[in-house]
Design a protein around this ligand. Sequence first.
Ligand SMILES: Nc1ncnc2c1ncn2[C@@H]1O[C@H](COP(=O)(O)OP(=O)(O)O)[C@@H](O)[C@H]1O
Ligand SMILES: [Mg+2]
Length: 268
Amino acid sequence: MARVISFSSGKGGVGKTSLVANLGCLYAGNGKKVLLIDGDWSLGKLAITLGVRPKFTIDKVLRGEVGLNDSIEKVRDGLGLLAAPSGRIGFEELDEATRNGLFFQLDQLSNGHDLILLDHSSGIHWGVLQFAAAAHQHVIVTTGEPTSYTDAYAIMKMLSKRFGVRRFGLLVTMSENQVETEKVISRFTDVVESQLGVLLSVIDIIPWEQKMAESIRHQQPFVERYPNHDVTRRFKRICSELERFPLNISAGLQFFRSSQTPITMGQP
Ligand SMILES: Nc1ncnc2c1ncn2[C@@H]1O[C@H](COP(=O)(O)OP(=O)(O)O)[C@@H](O)[C@H]1O
Ligand SMILES: [Mg+2]
């Protein structure tokens, strides 16, 4: 049964897709069977970031033209991708029956994988939150900008109040000043924990790295293009941190976790 990790952010362009692509490559390189799901159905860039052109996208599955299993694009050994239909209907616009049908099919896929990484569209659409709430681990991605934090707060508020998520990991990307970022997130963590009654742990602060955009232009994951770069070492550390990160007991959807016993978390 797969562990499902959700990557959310309030704002777009914070580096979620880059993170999911690179972490997926690293996990697969370590022998895990990994499925990446592009949940950003309007701007989905996961396939491009990984340098693949998928034969099928999720809309074909929804129309019943292809089975979910057959629509997984093999990126590498151990790394599969469910690609987003670009520019079509947003995931958040699916009606409930269709969405639940998709969840049900995804649940079946969970058995054949060790890890599922969800790359969401940005923002707090209800449909996106429902999808996110099905995960065992919640990573909130922000940049160092103040608006990025307020949006991240809004997502955690919804996921905690509406879906009972109690534990979040924070990944700050594109930091241009490590010391300054640390100060800001320390204050942010205090506010989130006291206001929302959740636990928020900082997983890492990834510096601004111009080569990240360059690797996307070359459609090659950063960790493969620059295997010895400091940022690649950080990505590896994030993989290990997430291995240890506690699982959520969420009051939300039971999909994905039907036969997995979550670790009990202390209440914050
Ligand atoms: N640490 C970083 N430093 C500099 N640029 C980054 C970093 N992480 C991501 N980027 C760049 O920012 C842009 C948006 O990243 P992306 O992963 O698509 O964000 P999101 O999925 O959150 O919208 C991309 O061009 C990407 O290369
Ligand atoms: Mg994205």
